[in-house]
Design a protein around this ligand. Structure first.
Ligand code: GLP
Length: 257
C-alpha cells in the first residue's frame, strides 16, 4: 500500500482529487468506480472546482458505483443514486448515459447483481476504483464476516453501518434500509488501481488494522494489502494509530513523489 498522510481532511480531499484528475487527464474514457459517504463529499467538491476552473473534464468517463440500498428507488432522497446526483454527477457534469448503478428496487435482485458484473466485464473492468472506509473496516458494503462474497451480491447491513448512514434519513434509524447490494471483494480488487480515502479519529482502528493487521474477512479492507496498486490518503487523526516505521515509510514515499 502506498500511504499518503496529509495534515487535514481538506488536504486528503485535495491530494486524492489531484490523483484522480491526473488519471482522467491522461485517460479521458477512464472507467471509474465510485463510493458514497461523508469522506467523498469534499473529494467530489474538489473535483467539481477543478472542472469549473477548466482543469478537468468528466464528460467521457464511465462510472460504476459500489453499492445501493435495497428497497429505495433512485429518486428516493436517501438513495445512494440521489447522493451521487447531488454531490458528484451533476457538479462534475457526468452524463446519465455514462453512469452505472445497482438498482435496489429491481424485481430480481440476484439478476440485477449478475447484470452489473456483466456490464463491468463488457466494458473491460474498472481502471480506477475510489473507496471510502467503514469504521468497522468495510469497503463498499462488504461487511466484516467469517467469509466474504467475491462478486456483486445482496447483503444484510450491520447496525453500526446503518447508524453511520442515518444522516441520509434525517437521523431516523428505522428508516435506514437493512439490506443493500454491493460489489464483491473480487469485483473491487480487480480494478487496475485503487484510491482509498479515510479521515477522522473514528477510522483510526480500522486504518491501523487495514495497513498493519492480518488479511482477514473480519476486516474486509485488509484485503487491499494484496493489491499491487493502492494509494491510501489519510489525515493525521486517521493515521495516528500506525507504527512509527509505517509512518516513516509513508513520509519517505511522499517526499519522493
Ligand atoms: C458507506 C458506504 C461505503 C463508504 C462508507 C464510508 O457505508 N457504503 O462505501 O466507504 O460509507 O462513509 P463515511 O465516509 O461517511 O465515513
Amino acid at each position: 500500500m502506498n500511504l499518503i498522510i496529509c495534515e487535514s481532511g481538506v488536504d486528503v480531499a485535495r491530494a486524492a482529487a489531484d490523483r484522480i484528475a491526473r488519471e482522467i487527464d491522461r485517460h479521458p474514457h477512464l472507467v471509474l468506480g465510485l463510493p458514497t459517504g461523508r469522506t467523498s463529499i469534499p473529494l467530489y467538491a474538489r473535483l467539481a472546482a477543478a472542472r469549473n476552473e477548466g482543469q478537468c473534464r468528466f464528460d467521457r468517463v464511465v462510472t460504476f458505483n459500489l453499492d445501493e440500498f435495497v428497497g429505495l428507488p433512485p429518486t428516493h432522497p436517501g438513495s445512494y443514486r440521489a447522493f451521487m446526483a447531488r454531490h458528484c454527477f451533476e457538479p462534475l457534469g457526468i452524463p446519465d448515459a455514462r453512469v452505472h448503478f445497482l438498482n435496489g428496487v429491481a424485481a430480481d435482485l440476484d439478476a440485477e447483481c449478475a447484470s452489473y458484473e456483466r456490464q463491468l466485464a463488457e466494458i473491460g473492468g474498472t481502471d480506477l476504483q475510489v473507496l471510502g472506509l467503514g469504521a468497522n473496516g468495510h469497503i463498499g458494503f462488504n461487511e466484516p464476516a467469517d467469509a466474504l462474497h467475491a462478486r456483486t451480491h445482496r447483503v444484510r447491513l450491520c447496525q453500526e453501518t446503518r447508524l453511520a448512514n442515518v444522516g441520509l434519513f434525517d437521523g431516523a434509524l428505522d428508516r435506514v434500509p437493512t439490506e443493500a447490494l454491493s460489489m464483491g471483494m473480487a469485483t473491487i480488487l480487480e480494478a487496475r488501481a485503487l484510491v482509498l480515502v479515510a479521515q477522522s479519529a473514528n477510522k483510526r482502528e480500522a486504518v491501523t488494522a487495514m495497513v498493519e493487521g492480518l488479511v482477514t474477512p473480519r476486516l474486509p479492507a485488509s484485503f487491499l494489502q494484496l493489491h499491487p496498486r493502492v494509494d491510501v490518503y489519510l489525515d493525521e487523526d486517521a493515521a495516528a494509530g500506525l507504527s512509527e516505521t509505517t509512518r516513516l515509510m509513508a513520509r519517505r514515499r511522499c517526499n519522493q513523489a
